[in-house]
Write a protein that binds this ligand. Structure first.
Ligand SMILES: Nc1ncnc2c1ncn2[C@@H]1O[C@H](COP(=O)(O)OP(=O)(O)O)[C@@H](O)[C@H]1O
Ligand SMILES: [Mg+2]
Length: 387
């Protein structure tokens, strides 16, 4: 994550004339490589450019997340009419749901420039002070992965967000003095995959918090149709629906799978992304019928086979699948929990009945089960076991 800025410098090629926007997107997308699974972990330049080209630029072009979008539209419109910057905006949710896209949209809707940086890039309060002191009135400051900012910078940030001033320390040792520097009003847009890690004083400085949730299939269908137009891909309705259904509710994954289905159609078919191409490409890239990918299944396999269904601590589980705890927690877990494959208990993560069923495994007999892992009796008609 620290190569955030240097990674941007080699993103020099562009696919449209909107050069500056594109280089911003390149920079942003280089910070999300960690979540680029399925195809390749690297998220090459080409993928970044395509992603940038697919980003909606306005709220009106942004499908899904209607509640957050409506609320945001109101906040932004009111601020524009008052002629003052809006409240600071915090966007939270799993990767690939549109946090960065919405941050860019906030600036576009306000017709203000946007300054982009990320928590990991701010390791000292001084880094933040120099950014803050150079902001123009009304400018939008986008802080990606805001939960990873250094503690001293966090404190400086919430003072700046509230009072629009920073205390700059001049000199060293006992003779050092703090000089208060007034800042013009500006808007912070913070994005985080882990809002729970934000200290309460910082979280409280955001007047508007939008939590992004996984997309419904119908919204992903709209997103994919739009992407087909932009990428000039011809796809059948059945193929689009199938991709949408198997994209873990995530636009980034949907767009990526669409490109792989297109590739398959070009190489093996007649160039039209149809249902046969969709099935073949999804199988090739290990996306199963419920949209789970290799990491998701590795987590479930470990839970069921190695830990007898759990509960097991997050870090133990992460070691078992050879991933960082944070990756398991922010990337795999939210979807697995939401779809009823996994349960979070006070003693750790546990496999839900659906996990055993999905893997084709037989759960251990009742006397060997840990109660937390089996909060509900099997097959009691709550729909979860029916899958
Ligand atoms: N609502 C949406 N409509 C269309 N495309 C979207 C939407 N949300 C996300 N995307 C696409 O998914 C990609 C990832 O979105 P991004 O904003 O970078 O996610 P995040 O910052 O939450 O990880 C973007 O490049 C964009 O193409
Ligand atoms: Mg992002």
């Amino acid at each position: 994550m620290t190569e955030y800025f240097s990674a941007a410098q080699d993103g020099s090629s562009s696919i449209d004339d909107d050069d500056e926007k594109l280089s911003i997107d390149d920079r942003i997308d280089s910070s999300i490589e960690a979540t680029a699974r399925i195809v390749d972990a690297g998220g090459d330049d080409d993928e970044r450019r395509v992603e940038a080209a697919l980003r909606p630029r306005r709220l009106s072009e942004f499908p899904g997340q209607t509640r957050v979008c409506d609320q945001l539209a109101l906040v932004l419109e009111a601020a524009k009419r008052r002629g003052t910057p809006p409240d600071h905006v915090l966007l939270s949710g799993p990767p690939g749901l549109g946090k960065t896209t919405l941050a860019l949209i906030v600036a576009a809707e306000l017709e203000q420039p946007i300054r982009i940086t990320s928590g990991p890039a701010i390791q000292h309060a001084g880094d933040l002070a120099s950014i803050l002191s150079s902001l123009a009135e009304g400018e939008v400051l986008f802080l990606d992965e805001i939960h990873r900012m250094a503690r001293a910078a966090e404190e400086m940030l919430y003072l700046a967000m509230e009072d629009f001033r920073v205390d700059v320390i001049v000199g060293k040792g006992p003779g050092a003095t703090a000089i208060a520097l007034e800042l013009p009003p500006f808007t912070v847009v913070g994005a985080t995959t882990r809002s729970g890690l934000l200290p309460a004083p910082l979280r409280d400085r955001f007047g508007f918090t939008g939590h992004l949730d996984f997309y419904a299939v119908a919204d992903l269908v709209r997103i994919l149709r739009r992407s087909c137009g932009l990428l000039r891909v011809e796809a059948t309705d059945a193929a689009i629906t199938e991709i949408a259904r198997r994209s873990r509710g995530t636009p980034r994954i949907a767009n990526r799978l669409l490109r792989r289905v297109r590739d398959w159609a070009q190489v093996h078919g007649q160039g039209v992304a149809d249902i046969a191409a969709a099935h073949a490409a999804l199988a090739l890239f290990d996306v199963d019928d419920r949209g789970l990918d290799r990491l998701d299944r590795a987590v479930l396999e470990a839970l069921c086979r190695r830990f007898g269904g759990g509960p097991v601590g997050l870090s133990t589980l992460a070691v078992a699948v050879g991933e960082e705890s944070e990756t398991v927690e922010t990337v795999a877990e939210p979807f697995l929990v939401r779809e009823g494959f996994m349960i979070r208990t006070p003693r750790g993560r546990a496999a839900a009945p659906l996990a055993w069923q999905h893997l084709g495994l037989t759960p251990p007999p009742p006397e060997l089960r840990t109660p937390q892992a089996w909060p509900l009796p099997l097959g009691d008609g709550d729909g979860r076991f029916g899958g």
